[in-house]
Design a protein around this ligand. Sequence first.
Ligand code: G4P
Length: 527
Amino acid sequence: MDFIEEIKRRRTFGIISHPDAGKTTLTEKLLLFGGAIQEAGAVKSNKIKKGATSDFMEIERQRGISVATSVLAFVYKDKKINILDTPGHKDFSEDTFRTLTAVDSVIVVIDVAKGVEEQTEKLVEVCRMRKIPIIVFINKLDREGKDAFDLMDEVEQKLGLRVTPLSIPIGMGYDFKGIYNIWEKNIQLFQDESKQIIGKKQKFKSLDAPELVAEIGTTGLINLKDELELIEGVYPPFDQQEYLDGTLQPVLFGSALNNFGVQELLNCFIEIAPEPLAKESDIRLVKPDDKKFAGFVFKIHANMDPKHRDRLAFIKIVSGTFERNTPYHHVRLNKKLKFSSPNAFFAEKKQIVDISYPGDIVGIHDTGNFKIGDTLTSGDILQFKGIPSFSPEHFRFINNNDPLKSKQLAKGINQLMDEGVAQLFTLDLNGRKVIGTVGALQFEVIQYRLLHEYGAKCSFENLNVYKACWVEAKSESTNFNEFQRIKQKFLAKDKSGKLVFLADSAFSLQMTQEKFKEVKFHYTSEY
Ligand code: G4P
């Protein structure tokens, strides 16, 4: 197979959802169809279970699982499919945001009874901003839930999407009989009463098949015809280009647990989902079919064994081929590196590969050369855009509890920040270090890992910060200089040396903005 064919057969995507909507179950079913696993239950959930064990033990367990499920690759109908795993827990949403920089499309899973939930809103907003093509999968149709049309309204309103159904359920919950597949123009009915077993599917080519009335009844058929008429009248027809542009989102219904509508989703996905896309860099758009290799690090995973402090850096290949034992240019460090054992992922296993193509992810053992956002190339010196840091939600001073271990602490903090566990801000005034995180759980992770992996004891001290705002201003502006003088106490540098204003309340941020009109504040580091 030549280079272009290899690119064209790849589909790299992420599944996003609010916890419990069915992401793990759906992933597993997709792998089953791809023949990558043989039985359900093989994919372990990466979510943090509440209660049972202490949080950090749970995090360790979860870290183990998420190495295995970071990338799940399989081949289906000759397409090479790469699913990038995204953590469901909201305290890890920054990880998910970063993973979204490496996907070419997403599938959003929504629970039919719960509808659009908080975490889904946040994640879809990021996808919308980036114009990532989205397919919506409404799950758990075997349970009582919201009316399909009400739910599609909710998706449009809460997620700001423009949807068009590609399938429609026939009944729901106890009465869930099957699905009319608008995309394939056929009907599939359950044949198992309990709906817990994958019953044989019965396919009908048209609505007028006499056996269909026998199955869903005259009223059922009339309802279905009415609904299809409504869909035709109300929703825009599916247009692949609009979907690819991120302006139209197809919706499919099913039940992951019962394997209903899953293969249909997969069939539809491989036909419409984008091939590896071009990515913007600081100097030009990098196209997958560029002959020279370029890729970037979107995730770093620390070794769970504290004795071997190597890490796995995940690189998304944007253009060219990535080959084993070939020197590549590490742009930030301005040095050449070669890798003797790059890992590719297949289902839940990793194996050393000689060559990888655009769309693929390779895992590289790293001893501290990489941080998130780093670019590797074999051609032009360029830096990929689009891996911003977002303002954290929680801020605490970090204190060293063992003066003899200050080196270890500094090293540990540095490495954890490179991994993207949290963000570090250093106060201009006195050099004190502030850790910012998305969720309170990360402070436990940091404390635990600093102790177990670096032997450094630390404690945290509360700090009242509302938001970290990246500051944009012209250095010669007197208004900016005045701002720096008056707000000195609240100014800090992020890890790359960018100026950040740590606003203590929404009100003070607003007042500051009004007073210093020549200074712009941004909630993300890339503006
Ligand atoms: P997540 O990764 O999005 O967090 O969700 P996950 O797949 O773990 O699913 C959450 C729960 O919802 C699981 O039940 C799962 O079995 C159930 N589920 C997933 N898809 C369907 C579906 O189509 N219909 C129904 N009725 N349930 C579904 P659990 O009891 O939390 O876990 P488990 O003990 O079954 O593993």
